[in-house]
Each structure stands twice: as C-alpha cells, then as structure tokens.
Design a protein around this ligand. Structure first.
Ligand SMILES: NC(=O)c1ccc[n+]([C@@H]2O[C@H](COP(=O)([O-])OP(=O)(O)OC[C@H]3O[C@@H](n4cnc5c(N)ncnc54)[C@H](O)[C@@H]3O)[C@@H](O)[C@H]2O)c1
Length: 430
C-alpha cells in the first residue's frame, strides 16, 4: 500500500496525518517550516490541541507516522497527497492562494506514479481547476494524477474527535478512480459521504462556515434588542434551539466569532460572490454585526469604569476559543489593543495562549491564574469561555478585585446570581 502524505503540518495537516495513521495508514507529514519538523521529531507539538501529542507519539512509535521538510521525500512513495497549507486573507478579503500554488508546483515536480492531490485547505470555488492546471504545467515526470476537493470541518480544541467522527465527508472528484481512492480511505469512518464535483465541494465548505458565522451574528443582533426590551438572550436561544430546524449550537451571544476560519472565510465568500456577480449583502451584515460586538464590549467597560486612563483591567482568556492556544483573529487582540490605547494597565491569564500572546503583547502583565488577574484590578473582562473560568470561586474573586465589576463577553454566569454575590455584572443581551 502506498503512503499518504500531508503537505502543511499545522492545525489541520497534523491532525489529519495523526488520525489517518491511527486508522492504520502509513503517513508522512511535511512542512516547509524546518523548526516545526525538528520539533515534531523531538515530540514537540507546534500548537496545543487536546490529546494530539499522545496520538502523534503512539503512531510515530508504531512506525506509521513520520515527518520531513522535503516535498520530494514526502511525495515519492505517496499515492495520496493532502494539501493542508494556509489560505490567509488578503487586505481586500480575497483568499491568498500563494501557498496552495507553490505546493501544487512542488508536488507536481516530485510525482512519479498515479497520485491523488487532495485540497483540504479551505479554498474558493474554482481553485481545483487552477491546481489542476498548475500540476499539468509542472508535471515533469508525466505522472498520472487527479485533483480532489475534500474540505475539512474540524474544530480546533475538538479536532481529533471531529476528524474521527465527522458529521459528513465531502468528496469533490471528477474521476471515478479518484473518488474511489478517497471513499476507500474514509471507509472506516461510517459517516455520511457526499460525492460531487470539485466546485460543489469547495462551495460546501465556504457555505457552511458562512452559515455558522450568520448564526452567531443573528443571535448577537437579537442580544442587542434584548438589552433594550428587558428580555434574556440565553432564554431566547434556548427557546429557539429546541426547534430542530434551528438547533441550539452557535447561538451563544457575546463578543462574536474570531479564529482562523470564520472571519477569513466569510470575507473570502463575499469576494467569491462578488466575482460570481452577486452582492452578498447578508454576509456583509453578518460581518459588521460581528465587528459591532467587539465595540460593544469596549463600550460596556467604559460605561462601568468611567475613566479608563490609569485603571487596571484583568483579562480572562486570550485564545479565540477554549481548548486551543490559537490567537489568530482572536477578539482579545482587538480588545487589549483598544484598552492599551486608553492607557489601561492589563493583567491577563489564559490556560494555553500566553506564550503566543507574549509575542503579540510583550508588555502586559501575565498572571498564573484568574485569581492573580483579579487581585487589584478595577474590573474583570471575560473574553474566552474556558471551563476553568466557569468554576471560579466567585466570592474570592470579588474580594480580590479592587472594584467588583465583571464584564462578561461570553455570558458565563447568571446575572441574578452575580448581583446576589455583590458584583456589577454585565453580559450581552441580558
Ligand atoms: N484551523 C482550523 O480549525 C481549520 C479547520 C478547517 C479548515 N481549515 C483550513 O485548513 C487550512 C490550513 O489551516 P491551519 O489552521 O491548519 O493552518 P496552519 O497555519 O496551522 O498550518 C498551515 C501549515 O502549512 C505550512 N506551509 C505553508 N506553506 C508551505 C509550503 N509551501 N510547504 C509546506 N508547508 C507549508 C505552514 O508552515 C503551516 O505549518 C486553511 O485553508 C484553513 O482555512 C482550518
């Protein structure tokens, strides 16, 4: 059996590689960041993802998973090549596909036998056609090949579970031979499989992420209404969520979405629509509601603290969501940046993201836990809904704070209970 190779060993690539090895395949993960590969050789994960280190170690020890910084080494014995490189956002919102193109060129030059090149990165519809053309232009060994789109839907923090138990597997293929290769690979998963053409598969990914962003902005728009009519957004979400046509997930009001996927994928989808001749006003509104939420948080802080100049604010949570150390497009970046502009002293704590945060904000004070953050702060701001924040000893927090003010960007607590405990507590939509 031929190997599987993964190009781009980041959040998606490394998880994909480890999980496919766990399923019994021989996998080689490649990255052009040599320090990442050196780290992986020593068992150092390039990012935090629960249980990933164990899975990687287990499969390396079993001889099923290896790492390289050389595309040639990765591709030479591989029948399937997963492209998992980044597709960052350009200033105009369009997806930057430079990494995808470079990889397509290099893989094409390294292929010898029939190879299925799988787009796993999130890419705009029609990228498959460009990848195919790039490979044709660089196919120096005249190898037989197919391009397939197989978008990834995993969530950081739950990536292994999501990869192993997907809600669905989408395969966009234009040859029966390539579709069969992927169907066989995913056979152990027992998930619904949608086989379609490449463009449809590419579109399913952007359509799904844009829809999730829409759900978040919808509940946030409602939260703003709730605040002026004395309604409780948590109950509104519960009441809506029991309706199976709606569902409760992604209906948590607060400071909105961040991370590597939803912001860039909504921006890219707006551009894709534009190029297709459609003005996607709905998604533009989704994005502006999301921006508004971050400003709302700042406005709430200002409203409770009056003057910000010289005050100390404690930030709980830096990662864009719990169970990850990822701070790409994290709301914390905007919020801390804005507070620093007002000459606020920042104390911060996050269970995983402080190392990354130090590279962004080297001069704020990092604390060992939430209590140290609370000590002497004029207010606490909850930015990420880590479980350990839900279980804080709130009496202790109140005694440590200089002023008992909590602005909760994630609606972790019950407002009535918080005022009974003596806090001035402001969430969203309650
Ligand atoms: N992070 C997520 O939760 C998630 C979920 C689903 C889909 N996606 C999509 O998957 C893709 C990858 O996202 P990610 O979060 O894994 O990004 P990442 O930044 O964590 O990983 C990308 C990796 O590709 C490597 N790379 C870049 N150029 C390379 C090259 N020429 N050769 C080899 N390696 C190269 C980088 O060094 C990096 O390690 C994106 O398109 C993203 O939108 C991400």
């Amino acid at each position: 059996m031929k190997n599987i190779c993964i190009i781009g060993s980041g959040h998606v690539g490394l998880v994909t590689g480890a999980c496919l090895a766990e399923l019994g395949n021989k996998v080689i993960c490649m990255d052009d960041d040599v320090s990442k590969i050196e780290g992986l050789h020593k068992g150092v994960m390039p990012f935090f993802e629960p249980d990933l280190d164990d899975m990687v170690r287990r499969n390396v020890d079993a001889g099923k998973l290896s790492f390289t910084a050389s595309v040639e080494d990765a591709v030479k014995d591989s029948g399937i090549v997963f492209v998992c490189v980044g597709t960052p956002q350009k200033p105009d919102g369009e997806a930057d596909l430079t990494q995808v193109e470079i990889v397509a060129q290099r893989v094409a030059r390294a292929m010898h036998d029939y190879t299925v090149i799988v787009e796993k990165s999130t890419v705009p519809v029609k990228t498959g056609g460009w990848v195919k053309r790039t490979i044709e232009l660089n196919n120096i060994n005249n190898a037989d090949f197919d391009v397939v789109s197989n978008p990834e839907f995993l969530r950081e923090g739950k990536a292994i579970y999501d990869f192993m138990h997907p809600d669905r597997i989408v395969i966009g293929a234009e040859s029966e031979r390539a579709a069969q290769v992927l169907l066989k690979l995913y056979e152990p998963m027992k998930a619904p499989v949608i086989v379609t053409n490449i463009a449809t598969a590419e579109l399913i990914k952007h359509a799904s992420n844009a829809f999730l962003a829409t759900k978040i902005s919808y509940i946030n728009a409602l939260a703003n209404i709730c605040e002026s009519v004395d309604a409780d957004i948590a109950k509104v979400a519960e009441g809506m969520g029991y309706d199976r046509r709606i569902g409760r997930d992604f209906l948590n009001a607060g400071i909105g979405y961040g991370g590597y996927c939803l912001p860039k994928d909504t921006a890219a989808f707006i551009r894709i629509a534009e190029e297709a001749g459609y003005d996607f006003e709905l998604l533009k509104a989704v994005r502006s509601v999301n921006e508004h939420q971050r400003q709302q948080l700042f406005a709430k802080v200002k409203k409770e603290l009056w003057n910000l100049n010289g005050k100390t604010i404690g930030i709980l949570g830096l990662a864009f969501k719990p169970d990850t150390d990822d701070m790409r497009e994290a709301p914390a970046i905007d919020i801390i940046g804005k507070l620093l502009e007002e000459n606020v002293q920042i104390k911060a704590y996050d269970p995983q993201a402080m190392e990354i945060s130090r590279t962004i904000f080297p001069d704020i004070q990092y604390c060992k836990d939430a209590y140290e953050v609370a000590e002497g702060s004029d207010a606490l701001v909850i930015v990420t809904e880590w479980n350990e924040f839900k279980n804080l000893d709130l009496e202790k927090v109140r005694l440590l704070l200089r002023q008992p003010i909590i602005i909760d960007g994630r609606n972790l607590f019950e407002p009535d209970e918080m005022s009974r405990l003596g806090f001035i507590y402001r969430g969203f939509g309650r």
